[in-house]
Ligand binder design. Structure first.
Ligand code: DQA
Length: 144
């Protein structure tokens, strides 16, 4: 099974950005966790991070016909991007939305997710472990 893990803007700053909200673990720590989970679950992972909305749309389109699942943390674009929502709908690949923080317990604007409308599941507030949960969920439910 092939899974694309997509991270949106500012997630490359993990460990530096607002550690009280996102924790002290760095983006490299997240990549290590993804690798470890992929090994455990015996899945192939492609990971991509971008600060640019169009690049994330391009990568979602790239996944068509190649990937069996998508794990996506659209970060700030969660709450604004119809383009990312449309791209997820276009490729129709089972996608799980992940948020490190509990967006429901934060500002009201973070409680709206466009991308989430095209996702089979949302995991929020579980820290970096949420990504591992998302990979396991896709493996358990969509492995062919
Ligand atoms: C986030 C939550 C978003 O509201 C925020 O803009 C982020 C990260 C999270 O992982 O908790 O950049 O997606």
């Amino acid at each position: 099974m092939k899974i694309l893990v997509l991270n949106g803007p500012n997630l490359n700053m993990l460990g530096i950005r607002e550690p009280g909200i996102y924790g002290k673990n760095t983006f490299s720590d997240l990549l290590a966790l993804l690798e470890e989970t992929a090994k455990e679950e015996n899945v192939e992972l492609e990971q991509y991070q971008s600060n640019h909305e169009g690049c994330l749309v391009d990568k979602i389109q790239w996944a068509y016909g190649k990937m069996d699942g998508i794990v996506i943390n659209p970060a700030g674009y969660t709450h604004t991007s119809v383009a990312i929502l449309d791209a997820l709908k276009a490729v129709s690949i089972p996608a799980v939305e992940v948020h490190i923080s509990d967006v429901d317990a934060r500002e009201p604007f973070r409680q709206i997710s466009y991308a989430g409308l095209a996702c089979v599941k949302t995991i929020k507030g579980h820290g970096l472990a949420g990504y591992a949960e998302a990979i396991r969920f896709l493996k358990e439910n969509y492995y062919k």
